[in-house]
Design a protein around this ligand. Structure first.
Ligand code: GLC
Length: 346
């Protein structure tokens, strides 16, 4: 192994190895004071998330880098400099943990997540970590519920002393039968209880089924004695437009922006907001975005329309995503796509 030569000390310092290859610097310091039970107001916690970004296709690939994205130190700097308030990190824990009890998470993977979380918290940027792409639990909820809870028990214990800026999200996009509402509620109860064993004061995000549609939030069994939760939904409507040319979307060249389409979007958000008011739970739009093959004017108009709705209804958001195929940032050019940057943070 090449010897590490540190160029400077402290957080954010970059270092090169003996061959001069740039290494990821370690995160800087942050206070390890966990939130006390009852201390956090979930609405204030949601407001802290503000305008956020997903770094997709990195830690959610079976192996980081396999889908062309590796987390980089400069992404954290970039997001903060540009004015994003928070970060959502999709993570595929299920391919980095044993298949049999006690379902031990690989220590090097845990360390990688700790590195990423540390970089966000050291710059006071709230960060959501989730369980993403746990495909097996979608196929067999009851058979994998104990394993998901065991993952959360380990994640929870590992990060138990982390500050309120670290948020947990139980499971990305519970789907459909066999992940019915009833199946999801059982899985959720077991995993939330596992989280609360070590993290009684932490803010946790929970979404509904059908890939986190807003209209399934009402089917979630919300624990009456746990107010420190933020409800989350994903918005990709109309799917034919946002996912054009991919994954069941419409043909490339599908446009967006008629009056009826704006009205539909506003109606969807009004419905979500009405649920939030009646349930007294804050709302986070954890994913929304348009594939980068769509016309930029339409992509930007749709993105701006969602951001406007979030502002109008007091919802926080995380755009999908930074550098992958819904990207707001062009990592080859090293530049934001100006229309999307404007829609998201200006
Ligand atoms: C979901 C999927 C992710 C996909 C994104 C946009 O989060 O899990 O893989 O890229 O939606 O479709």
């Amino acid at each position: 192994m090449a010897a590490m030569v540190s160029l400077a000390c402290g957080g954010g310092a970059e270092s090169t190895d003996a061959l001069g290859v740039l290494r990821d610097p370690p995160p800087g310091d942050f206070e390890r004071i966990p939130p006390e039970p009852g201390e956090l107001d979930p609405f204030a916690q949601n407001a802290r998330l503000g305008r956020g970004m997903n770094i997709g296709d990195a830690l959610e690939a079976p192996v980081e880098g396999q889908w062309g994205v590796r987390l980089q130190y400069r992404y954290f700097e970039l997001l903060q400099e540009t004015g994003f308030d928070s970060l959502r990190l999709p993570i595929r824990w299920s391919s980095h943990a044993a298949e049999t009890a006690p379902y031990t998470i690989q220590p090097e993977f845990m360390a990688r997540i700790e590195w990423a979380v540390g970089h966000a918290l050291a710059r006071d940027m709230p960060v959501i970590i989730n369980v993403h792409h746990y495909d097996e639990i979608q196929e067999d909820p009851a058979g994998h519920s104990a394993r998901l809870a065991a993952l959360w028990r380990q994640i929870g214990e590992h990060f138990a002393d982390y500050p309120a800026g670290l948020y947990f999200e139980v499971l990305n996009e519970p789907k459909l039968d066999p992940m019915t509402d009833a199946a999801w509620n059982a899985v959720l109860a077991e995993s939330l209880a596992a989280i609360r064993e070590s993290n009684p004061g932490r803010t946790v995000l929970v979404g509904g089924t059908e890939w986190n549609k807003w209209y399934t939030l009402d089917e979630v069994v919300w624990p009456e004695d746990d107010q420190n939760l933020i409800a989350t939904f994903h918005y990709y409507e109309p799917f034919s437009f946002t996912h054009q040319g991919w994954s069941g979307g419409g043909p490339e060249g599908t446009t967006w922006g008629t009056e009826a389409e704006y009205t539909r979007l506003e109606t969807d958000f009004a419905e979500a907001a009405a649920w939030s008011a009646s349930a007294n739970r804050p709302l986070h739009v954890g994913e929304f975005g348009v594939r980068n093959v769509a016309a930029i004017a339409d992509r930007a108009a749709w993105t701006a329309a969602v951001v406007d709705q979030c502002a109008e209804h007091g919802m926080s958001f995380a755009y999908w995503d930074l550098v992958s195929n819904f990207n707001a940032y062009d990592d080859v050019k090293g530049a934001w796509i100006p229309e999307l940057r404007a829609a998201l943070v200006e």
